[in-house]
Design a binder for this molecule. Structure first.
Ligand SMILES: O=C(O)CC1=CCC(=O)O1
Length: 259
């Protein structure tokens, strides 16, 4: 379904939980996690602007624009507030949203993500954007798979890698490039103190796309945030280890129990 500006996959009943996907993927990524949590939560997996089935006008956008799309989508779904879980770029969108609209976020899970990529971010991401539109999509896969998954996981779970790769191959290259520019321009660190939602920050110990040092910055900046560093995992922690759904469930439950 399309709700407001974004396409949404909806599953389950209970407290609302919005899932936000990484760069160049879509809400389809979340099918296993949505299934795991849908016994207790009403799960909404959104396609961010230009990704999956969500439209895009071809104009440049910022991470705050993506967060505003999330807000308009919650409005269209008649949800004054929800819990948010974001992975990588999805986490950056969640940080922006939770910092600017703290009253709309019940609970927050930030996985393998960051508020800022550092001083060289604009240059590095501009190069990534250039490659997104000049290198044939299939030739970008080796680079992405190495960043997403540990070699052990990639070797033993080819069907999971293939599932994520297919979503990447279907992603609009121009939207991939525009989102890369948005990542390079982002600095949401000043928003961290405004976040009031109970927050769980998780990161794969082997994640070099958004390493544990970036997760620490998030956890240090958000009052009361918990930090879980996950041994043996790379960037797609929640995909590499589906059992992490239980960690997410425990975190979300704590919030609903205190309401
Ligand atoms: O660097 C990567 O390829 C991984 C990544 C960064 C932002 C995102 O969403 O994925």
């Amino acid at each position: 379904m399309t709700a407001g500006p974004l396409a949404v996959r909806r599953r389950g009943v209970g407290e609302p939980l919005v899932l936000l996907h990484p760069l160049a993927l879509s809400g389809e990524l979340w099918t296993p996690l949505a299934e795991a949590l849908s016994d207790e939560f009403q799960v909404f997996a959104l396609d961010l602007r230009g990704h999956g089935d969500s439209a895009w006008d071809g104009k440049p956008f910022t991470i705050s624009d993506l967060a505003d799309d999330v807000g308009r989508t919650l409005d269209a779904l008649d949800l004054p507030s929800a819990s948010l879980l974001g992975l990588s770029m999805g986490g950056s969108v969640a940080v922006d949203f939770a910092g600017r609209f703290p009253e709309r976020v019940r609970s927050l899970v930030l996985a393998d993500t960051t508020a800022w990529y550092g001083d060289d971010a604009a240059t590095a991401w501009a190069e990534r954007a250039r490659k997104a539109v000049t290198v044939p999509r299939a030739n970008q896969l080796r680079f992405q798979v190495d960043r997403w998954f540990s070699p052990e996981f990639a070797e033993t779970h080819p069907e999971d890698v293939d599932r994520v790769a297919k979503i990447f191959l279907r992603t609009n290259s121009e939207a991939h490039a525009a989102a890369s520019i948005a990542m390079g321009a982002m600095d949401s660190r000043p928003l961290l103190p405004a976040i009031t939602a109970p927050t769980l920050v998780m990161v794969g110990q082997l994640d070099y796309a958004t390493p544990p040092s970036m997760a620490r910055t998030l956890a240090d900046g958000i009052a009361g945030a918990e930090l879980e560093i996950l041994p043996g995992l790379r960037h797609m922690s929640l995909i590499e280890r589906p059992a992490l759904a239980d960690l997410v469930r425990q975190h979300l439950r704590r919030v609903t129990e205190t309401r």
